[in-house]
Design a protein around this ligand. Structure first.
Ligand code: FAD
Ligand code: NAI
Length: 466
């Protein structure tokens, strides 16, 4: 427990929103504590989210490449075997290195790490584990989110799992039904499909990755189907019945039609996440929540109580680690009297499947709905020399620019390295660049980034290599 319990700022939750906010506030000279109840810093992201999922995506990709793709490069390997325990052990080690890394950063920045569950008892005070009282001029709530439950379906993390269980299976299941063709469904579905599981994804809507650009979603679905993942789009789950060795997932078409029973050794429920604010004592502090459990905030992430701010998944919007981090930095700066700000129009989203899928700004369907006149520039990786030399040339880069001003309004990518390439376009958008600005920037050859340049050139219909 902290030796002096009066702080300038107490942050509740040590995830990417909370820990980044705490460190930035300490950098700005505040006396800061961060309360975390999980027993490790880093929140969902480091412990059971971004990091372990990316470790398993990389490891399973290596396995798949060794088994299926190296031969065409003239590299002969025989007897490729999966050692799942080692793969999982490496994942756990990466996670613990990172969570300890955040503890180190707290020490370096003199942030007090308070282990326990925080409960507000007033607008400037809280209790930890029901006893130790802490006061602070400001409190930032960064308690994150948890998996949304499917009504009537019990998650036991063995047969019926959430993302947390799907990151820790002890053996490769023969079959898996994934409920939800969102980011978690496709990332973790890919991991297990690569390791040998027969994966079927059931999605309520009629496309995979619903918020993404339609063209990207269609292309992604075709590629995933080639990888052996089956889709039941436009279907709803009516029941999940656990049996002796697995479960039956009953589904029926949303628009009506014959019901179907899918047998699976493991069922992954990945239908979104909900804000987490249980046991937080919001009523005691007078902090309002909305009917869905999100904490409403103003443009400065301030709640209805002047001394209490909220950031990250618990306030809604894109539930992404980097969005939470941006809010953490902005709030620390606002509390310090600076002009902290988050540009919500330029937050990239990346799906770390193979190929990667990335997006920033407006989709074509959003621009159409908003009545904005736009031009499309597109370039396929098939015509990109680096992608061809690597033997990894699926997908394309698509840039949307304002028809009148040429300002970049959005970009949608599917292809190897898309998650890195989107950063260039996000930076361009932050600088209000035109497509021509990107097109006239020299890009190294041969590089995947040349596909971004050529897509920008294609906005003016002057791409060279297609
Ligand atoms: P969290 O990370 O959820 O942290 C909140 C913390 O608050 C938790 O550690 C919790 O224990 C603590 N807490 C809650 N209540 C209390 C209390 N009363 N007292 C003390 N502590 C409390 N996002 C990406 O951007 N990229 C990705 O690749 C990505 N992959 C993901 C993969 C999976 C499988 C999942 C589930 C999520 C993924 N996300 C990804 C989303 C990302 O993890 C979240 O958006 C991010 O963690 C939100 O950060 P946060 O700080 O708001 O909350
Ligand atoms: P999601 O919102 O991405 O996808 C959920 C999907 O489930 C949607 O397509 C939805 O239409 C569908 N669905 C909802 N109810 C359903 C039902 N009853 N039956 C069938 N389908 C149903 O949510 P997901 O995948 O659970 O991820 C949660 C959050 O975590 C996301 O908001 C995402 O931002 C974040 N995340 C981010 C990652 C990344 O940035 N790479 C990786 C993993 C998660």
């Amino acid at each position: 427990m902290a030796e002096n319990t009066a702080y300038d700022l107490v942050v509740i939750g040590g995830g990417p929103g909370g820990y980044v906010c705490a460190i930035r506030a300490a950098q700005l000279g505040m006396k800061v504590a961060c309360v975390e109840k999980r027993g490790a810093l880093g929140g969902t992201c480091l412990n059971v989210g971004c990091i372990p999922s990316k470790v398993l995506l990389q490891s399973s990709h290596h396995y798949h490449v060794a088994k299926e793709e190296l031969a065409e490069h003239g590299v002969k390997v025989s007897g490729v075997e999966l050692d799942l325990a080692t793969m999982m052990g490496r994942k756990d080690k990466v996670v613990s290195d990172f969570t300890k890394g955040v503890e180190f950063l707290f020490k370096k920045n003199k942030v007090t790490y308070v282990k326990g569950a925080a409960e507000l008892i007033g607008p400037n005070s809280l209790k930890v584990d029901g006893k130790d009282e802490i006061t602070a001029k400001y409190i930032v709530i960064a308690t994150g989110s948890v998996s949304a439950p499917l009504p009537g379906v019990e998650v036991d993390e063995k047969t019926v799992v959430s993302s947390t269980g799907a990151l820790a299976l002890e053996k490769v299941p023969a079959s898996m039904v994934v409920i939800g063709a969102g980011v978690i469904g496709l990332e973790l579905g890919s991991v297990w499909a690569r390791l040998g599981t027969k994966v079927t994804v059931v999605e309520f809507l009629d496309k995979v990755l619903p918020p993404f650009d339609d063209e990207v979603s269609k292309n992604a679905q075709r590629i995933f189907e080639k990888q052996g993942i089956a889709f039941k789009l436009g279907h709803k789950v009516t029941a999940v019945k656990p049996g002796k060795s697995g479960a039956t997932v009953n589904i029926e078409p949303v628009k009506g039609g014959d019901a179907l029973g899918l047998e699976a050794e493991v069922v992954l429920v990945a239908i979104g996440r909900r804000p987490y604010s249980e046991g937080l004592g919001l009523e005691a502090a007078g902090v309002r929540i909305d009917p869905k459990g999100f904490i409403p905030v103003d443009a400065h992430c301030r709640t209805n109580v002047a001394s209490v701010y909220a950031i990250g998944d618990v306030i809604g919007g894109l539930m992404l680690a980097h969005k939470a981090e941006e809010e953490g930095v902005a709030v620390a700066e606002i509390i310090a009297g600076q002009a902290g700000h988050v540009n919500y129009a330029v937050i990239p989203s990346v799906v770390y499947t193979h190929p990667e899928i990335a997006s920033v700004g407006k989709t074509e369907q959003q621009l159409k709905a908003d009545g904005v006149a736009y031009t499309v520039g597109k370039f396929p990786f098939l015509a990109n020399s680096r992608a061809k030399t690597s033997g990894d040339s699926q997908g394309f880069v698509k840039i949307l620019a304002d028809k009148r001003t040429d300002k970049v309004l959005g970009a949608h990518l599917i292809g190897a390295g898309a998650g890195e390439l989107v950063a260039e376009i996000a930076l361009a958008m932050e600088f209000s660049s035109s497509a021509e600005d990107i097109a006239r920037t020299c890009h190294a050859h041969p590089s995947l980034a040349e596909a971004v340049k050529e897509a920008a050139m294609d906005v003016a219909k002057r791409a060279i290599h297609i």
